[in-house]
Design a protein around this ligand. Structure first.
Ligand SMILES: [Zn+2]
Length: 203
């Protein structure tokens, strides 16, 4: 399914010069000034995550496992011993003995930002224009950045499923690592964020 991204990328490079005009046109035709999907339909209700706390545990072999606890005090782990045998593994034991570092996930929502921006416990991300020549690349960048910002996994998955039905996280991340991120660099009053540019993923 990566061809969808590749195709969009080719288009966005080809007409990046024109994208400013297209972008402006999209904004001007939208009465709310927000040329995005989110304002046009209600956010779908998030599936409730049964786990209320998570910890990172470094296993032997260099693996990292996630131990979690639910509201009833039941533990789970991402390792095979718990996953397939539902047995208390030594990662869970370690957490019970105050081991591991707790993972603090952040919530996310669309905001008035040019790129994914961390604001304390909250992560804001830009709105993706419908049909913009760079929309696919922008959405892929947002998904990549939400992961780096420690946003709750179920939120990112929900967002990804809306933006890219068939693409895996790996495909999206590989794409960004190869082609770079795309971010808005200018904010114009009455226009919103403009001037999308490519930037390397490390910045
Ligand atoms: Zn385990």
């Amino acid at each position: 399914m990566l061809w969808v991204l590749e195709d969009m990328f080719a288009k966005s490079v080809g007409i990046l010069g024109r994208s400013q005009q297209i972008w402006s046109a999209i904004i001007l035709t939208d009465p709310g000034g927000y040329p995005i999907r989110h304002t046009r339909r209600k956010e779908r209700k998030m599936k409730k995550d049964k786990w209320i706390k998570r910890w990172k545990i470094n296993g032997s072999n260099g693996n990292t496992w996630t131990v979690a606890i639910d509201k009833d005090g039941n533990y789970g782990c991402s390792c095979p011993i718990w996953k397939f045998k539902r047995k208390e593994c030594h990662h869970i034991l370690q957490v019970k003995q105050n081991g591991g570092s707790e993972i603090k996930y952040r919530d996310a929502r669309p905001g008035n930002v040019g790129e994914v921006t961390i604001k304390g416990n909250l992560v804001l991300y830009p709105l993706v224009p419908i049909g913009g020549s760079f929309s696919t690349h922008l959405a892929a960048t947002i998904i990549y950045d939400l992961q780096r910002s420690n946003v709750r996994p179920e939120y990112i998955k929900d967002y990804k499923d809306r933006m890219f039905k068939g693409n895996s996280f790996k495909a999206i991340n590989d794409y960004i690592l190869e082609h770079g991120r795309i971010i808005y660099t200018e904010f114009e009053k009455g226009q919103g964020w403009t001037n999308p540019v490519f930037t390397f993923h490390k910045t």
